[in-house]
Ligand binder design. Structure first.
Ligand code: 6R9
Length: 649
């Protein structure tokens, strides 16, 4: 528990959408009568046919079904664009800041957004994309990424964005996973002064997909790409000819808006499916309330649209609110460690939303990089993706916010579509490291991990679950509803199980303690240890591998791999290098092992299960407290691993 809490300034609280009294009143109302609360909140969405039914939800294992506003119809692109045209057609919708600061930024108005999205929709329709079809988007952080998302929404097609840092194999798996008709990519993705050959990656991926998949190529750098006639389509040439009008499709509230693949504790990433009506309502509401967004503000979320944060808080939430949203192509440290603050100054950013890993990396570069810039337009700071350590929180608060900007530490997941736990900037006295309070309509519970009983005492610690539903909850796993139920509704019956542990303090505020499953969080990116393990064992020289997270100063967690080689293979530095490259090509650079330890054997139970708990302790150098090792088949393995742990690199 910190000694200090940080209340909002009187001025901010007075002008905020929600102050302390209003939070209490609205939260209580949202729990007492969720139907009435959400019926009213959903009026912020423009419906073609208004809904009559608010929700129909069952968390009963074997029969899980989640529906919101189910008889309403709407179009998300019309909500994000068309309805703003009469009042704010000439207002900037998207500010685009390129990787290289010497290149011009772009200001795209709502009118221009409309025309560009309609053109993209016409191009996709020409390629045969219709309602319900899947489109994979594999693009850099360029305006066309937002056009592509909204063009799909306009048509009623389902987009699935694959982060541009993913490898051809990962791309192919996702294209095949959802049977996409089209992959939208670009020639190259500039990032941090380097260029990723996106089209070349797509070419490799498309060798492993159906022959009918088309590849729509956006020109970004003009770099050379090979061209497959009949498959590849030049976006810029088509768009130049396309009409700038496209009638938005009437979609049911429960039609899928997008699929986003995310890591779980086992096997292949799963396709998280989000709905149309509930998702847009919740993304817009949380964007306005959590960041206290006001008319005319410039909002910047530094995420990539390849992650859920970019979906909800670069594109859908802000645009549904008629906001000005900043889209940044680059990285925090290029051309130098002052880039974030240079962009804040240049575009007069009012709300800034980033990840703890970026804050920690910049903190290490010293305060002078921040102090060089005028950050007086900043009002609210946000963080997301992993627990933020109090040291980084304090630096963010003091050096970036100058003690004047409330920090919203927002806890949520790909699966939740929007923020679930967070302080509100005008309402709560924040605590460094705490995600604080439930958002409206959210009922967190702390369960005793073994019994699954709700803990009602304060303070307490356990696993974090949610009682009841909220509009932007994921609806299913694409093509595998059983997996959806098993992952989220089987361990603790009657609840949504988030996979995180948490503490609730004496004031009732929540502190996320991290994942309780085999998911690790590397620089705010989720990774299943099983994914890295299967990449490693796919290498011809690897017999077995076990992967765990360990504390890492900048990344939060690093990837620690125990590798057993095939008999006859010798450990070497070259092999280590080879395995790193191997994992990077199998999954992508974000999965690159930080440490590899050669392990002649792995600690296993008699039934053959790897005891990761022990491997985690050794990785953390905490082998004095290994706990119960009596079920190990061969306890000698553990001593060997401890003795030889210094061979990790
Ligand atoms: C939005 C996003 C979800 C996992 C989640 C948790 C961790 C996210 C956090 C946080 C502590 C926060 N997480 N926000 N942990 N404090 N404010 O990150 O989605 O990529 O699906 O990751 O990230 O462990 O379960 P996603």
């Amino acid at each position: 528990m910190p000694d200090t809490t940080y209340p909002p300034s009187a001025e901010l609280a007075a002008n905020a959408h929600v102050d302390a009294a209003k939070y209490d009143e609205m939260y209580a109302a949202s729990i007492a009568d969720p139907e009435a609360f959400w019926r009213e909140q959903a009026q912020r969405t423009t419906w073609i046919k208004p809904f009559t039914k608010v929700k129909d939800v069952s968390y009963e294992f074997g029969n899980v079904s989640i529906k919101w506003f189910e008889d309403g119809t709407l179009n998300v692109a019309a909500n994000c664009i068309d309805r703003h045209l009469a009042t704010r057609g000439d207002q900037t919708a998207i500010i685009w800041e390129p990787d290289d600061p010497s290149e011009d930024a772009q200001h795209i108005t709502y009118n221009q957004l409309h025309s560009n999205v309609c053109k993209m929709a016409n191009v996709l329709a020409d390629l045969g994309v219709g309602k319900g079809d899947r489109v994979v988007i594999y693009l850099p952080m360029i305006p066309e990424a937002a056009y592509a998302m909204l063009a799909c929404a306009r048509i009623g097609a389902i987009h699935s964005i694959v982060f541009a840092g993913f490898s051809p194999d990962a791309l192919a798996a996702r294209v095949n996973g959802c049977d996409a008709k089209v992959v939208i990519t670009a020639d190259e993705a500039p990032r941090g002064g380097r260029k990723t050959p996106l089209k070349t990656n797509a070419d490799q991926a498309l060798l492993h997909t159906a022959d009918t998949v088309k590849c729509l190529v956006v020109k970004r750098t003009g770099g050379q790409t090979t061209w497959v006639d009949g498959r590849d389509v030049d976006y810029n040439a088509m768009a130049a000819e396309a009409s700038d009008q496209f009638e938005p499709a009437e979609m049911n509230a429960e039609d899928p808006l997008f699929i986003l693949y995310t890591s779980g504790s086992t096997g292949q990433p799963k396709g998280v499916v989000h709905s149309t009506g509930g998702y847009i309502t919740y993304a817009a509401l949380t964007h306005e309330i959590v960041f206290d967004y006001h008319e005319g503000d410039i909002f910047w979320c530094t995420a990539d649209v390849g992650w859920v944060t970019g979906h909800s808080y670069i594109v859908y939430g802000p645009l549904a609110n008629g906001a000005t949203t900043l889209m940044f192509e680059g990285v925090p440290t290029f051309p130098d460690a002052g880039r974030f603050w240079a962009v804040c100054e240049k575009h007069k950013v009012n709300q800034f939303y980033t990840a703890p890993t970026a804050i920690r990396a910049l903190m290490g570069q010293g305060p002078e990089w921040v102090q060089k810039y005028d950050l007086s337009d900043l009002k609210v700071l946000g963080t997301v993706g992993e627990p933020i350590n109090p040291e980084a929180w304090n630096w963010y608060n003091d050096v970036v916010g100058k003690g004047n900007c409330p920090i919203v530490d927002t806890w949520w997941q790909t699966e939740t579509g929007g923020h679930l736990l967070t302080p509100l900037p005008g309402a709560h006295a924040t605590k460094p490291g705490s995600a604080m309070k439930p958002f409206f309509g959210i009922e967190p519970v702390v369960l005793e991990p073994q019994s699954g009983e709700e803990i009602h005492t304060y303070p307490c610690e356990g696993v974090l679950c949610l009682k009841g539903s909220w509009p932007s909850q994921m609806r299913t796993v694409w093509g595998d509803h059983e997996r959806f139920e098993k992952t989220y509704f089987s361990d603790y019956k009657g609840y949504y199980f988030a996979g995180d542990g948490c503490r609730r303090d004496e004031d009732g505020d929540y502190w996320i303690t991290g994942r309780v499953d085999d998911v690790i969080n590397v620089s705010g990116h989720r990774m299943g240890t099983a994914e890295v393990e299967s990449a490693l064992v796919a290498h011809a020289k690897v017999a077995e591998a076990a992967v765990v997270g360990y504390p890492h100063d900048i990344k939060g967690q690093g990837i620690y791999c125990y590798v057993t080689l095939m008999s006859g293979e010798e450990p070497s530095d070259e092999l280590r290098k080879e395995l790193r490259t191997w994992v990077r090509t199998e999954i992508g650079p974000i999965a690159s092992p930080d440490l590899i330890q050669w392990a002649p054997g792995l600690p296993k139970t008699r039934s053959g299960k790897i005891m990761r708990r022990i491997l985690r302790k050794i990785a953390e150098d905490d082998f004095g407290a290994l706990g119960d090792t009596s079920t190990l088949a061969d306890p000698g393995v553990v001593d060997e691993l401890i003795e030889n742990r210094m061979n990790r690199q």
